[in-house]
Design a binder for this molecule. Structure first.
Ligand code: ADP
Ligand code: MG
Length: 288
């Protein structure tokens, strides 16, 4: 396994001007993202998640530290325009608001837009657009008007646009936050499928703890630093630390934690409701 992204000691502040002071946001952030992995990023509002995402997509540049994309040091002095182009082609982003990221009025034109900007020949674009729409399950909407789609469908179109550009790593910045439960499930199912079946590396920034339990790994940020990094089981088992950072835990974790506090012998790393119920039943039976 190789790292598609490697961050070493990244720091970043939004520069101030005459009247406003600089805003330090990220402090000494280091991690690696393995190719093909599914990583969830948690952290309260304003802790620096979107800023980090923008550094990884090279929309912003770090003040300190080194960022490697596919093994290449993007912060080096000798980096060429071609290297930057190549790295940008690997890592893409899907944003929060489904209404702000669609640019064309017809679905297939919207999905093609990014490819057209890359200067890809039109016969190739046609094929890529069809494939991308298939992957997100929206092929039959190819000629529909984008503004008439539901929020979840719009997000799937935004994902198709990123896929058509053949990106290997997609950062979802709270892409489910503005959706209703149905739309959220549609998008999460799509994200999971992209990761498992297409081998796309996923970095999913979210406030929904149940979404984070679907990842292979959870990174928790607090005030511009990484405070936890592990499997969902490892991270959520430390519920007290998450509560301290102003975050929630999955409902199953909270229930099991309360049981443990009440003296029952239960595991904390269970997220499936039925499994959670049998763990509790077992613990109660043991105590009798
Ligand atoms: N363009 C900007 N200029 C100045 N400060 C900013 C800008 N964007 C974000 N910030 C500040 O940086 C901090 C981190 O923001 P952000 O990365 O958006 O956090 P999150 O995505 O975790 O909510 C916040 O304090 C926010 O107010
Ligand atoms: Mg954000």
């Amino acid at each position: 396994m190789s790292a598609i992204i490697k961050a070493e000691h990244l720091s970043f502040a939004y520069p101030g001007d005459g009247d406003t002071p600089a805003v330090p946001v990220l402090h000494d952030v280091s991690f690696e993202i393995e190719e093909g992995s599914f990583v969830a990023v948690l952290g309260h509002n304003g802790c620096g998640k979107s800023t980090l995402a923008k550094l990884l997509c090279m929309i912003l540049e770090p003040d300190e530290g080194i960022l490697y994309i596919n093994g290449k040091d993007m912060t080096s002095e000798d980096i060429t325009d071609e290297d930057i182009y190549d790295a940008r082609r690997r890592v893409g982003m899907v944003f929060q608001n489904p209404d702000n990221q669609l640019v064309a009025t017809i679905v297939e034109e919207d999905v093609a837009f990014g490819c057209e900007n890359l200067g890809i020949p039109s016969e190739k674009i046609r094929k890529r657009v069809d494939e991308a729409l298939d992957t997100v399950g929206m092929r039959k909407y190819a000629r529909h008007a984008t503004h008439r789609l539901s929020g979840g469908q719009k997000q799937r179109i935004a994902i198709a646009g990123v896929l058509a550009m053949r990106r290997k790593c997609i950062i979802f910045d709270e892409s489910t936050a503005m959706l209703d439960p149905g739309g959220r499930k549609e998008v999460m199912d799509t994200i999971c499928r992209l990761n498992r079946e297409e081998g796309i590396t996923v970095i999913h920034i979210t406030h929904y703890m149940n979404e984070a339990t679907l990842a292979d790994r959870v990174i928790v940020m607090n005030d511009g630093r990484i405070i936890m990094d592990g499997t969902p089981g490892q991270v959520f088992s430390c519920a007290d630390k998450l509560w301290e950072a102003g975050l929630d835990v999955p409902q199953t974790t909270e229930l099991l934690w309360r049981m443990k506090e009440a003296g029952y012998n239960v595991r904390l790393d269970i997220f499936d409701p039925e499994e959670c119920a049998s763990e509790i039943a077992k613990a109660i039976a043991e105590k009798r």
